[in-house]
Design a protein around this ligand. Sequence first.
Ligand code: ATP
Length: 319
Amino acid sequence: MIITITVNPSVDRLYSVNKFQPGKLNRVETIKKMVGGKGINAARVASILGTLTYASGFLGGENGEFVLHSARREQFVPDFIQVNGETRNCYTIIEKNGNKTEINETGFLITPKNMYVLRSRLHALLNTTDVSSISINGSLATGMPTDSYVDLIKFIHAIDSKIKIILDTSGNSLKDVVSSSQFPDFIKPNEHELAEILDKPVTTDPLTLMKNINNSDLKKIPNIFVSLGENGGFVKHYSQFYTVKIPKIHAVNTEGSGDATVGGILNALDRHSNFIEIMKSAMAAGTANAMETKTGYIHRQNFQNIKNQIQINEILATV
Ligand code: ATP
């Protein structure tokens, strides 16, 4: 069994307009309302792939009810903690020409007491079930110090050091983890998030990525999956480095592909797969998500077809 943790999920609304005109009356052509949250997307993908999955984190207010109601139609088990305040709304206004305007609320305030309840719930789950891996996904909620994920990782490791932890976040919360002694087993930055953490220009060149990682604090993180959109991925596994080539697909909506990648890692870890299989499962899940209009969703058949075509090459150069 696996657990995903999303401390700041959202209810996402997608408004389609012909042309967005700030300061004017804009008429919406279509509205799509859906559950947002990186850990929820990862949970959906892992559960579609057959893994018993608990989706944890915080929910509040009517939007929280909406998330729970939607989760009843899903294959994962919703295991959220109710807090005061409202789960945030995130709005995307999408124009005919593809331009996007995003308006994101900050959401509820998370207190130390809320974090205590989350840790207690995790403690109870870890003591009563067989959990192979836990992912911590997305941005921190208001009120949470930037080192909150450091504490969470330390807490999980103290209960069971064998549980694999995957961290998918960015900015200061990732920086704090990377500079601490409590690091996760896996991180999954895209090339932009990696460049930010390394304080280097954005690159997809494998040798430069390898050199940049080896010369930074990231070197101590055992597994780094750098997702490179349609260019597949670049992977660090201890002292080994790989490029992962994905087959050509017809991409429909790439949103949530990174979350699906995490879902693929979780699924493979739960199956006790070898590292080659973990890389294939991760990249196949991300790629299969890009074929769907729904965010954070895959079809198993697409996943399997893509997985069979993935090419992995070890980088043998020494830098
Ligand atoms: P998000 O934040 O939207 O979840 P991300 O930026 O973290 O995404 P990406 O690098 O965009 O992650 O994508 C993750 C994986 O999804 C890629 O490694 C690749 O396998 C697949 N993918 C993404 N975009 C495409 C695309 N246009 N065509 C094919 N596969 C794609």
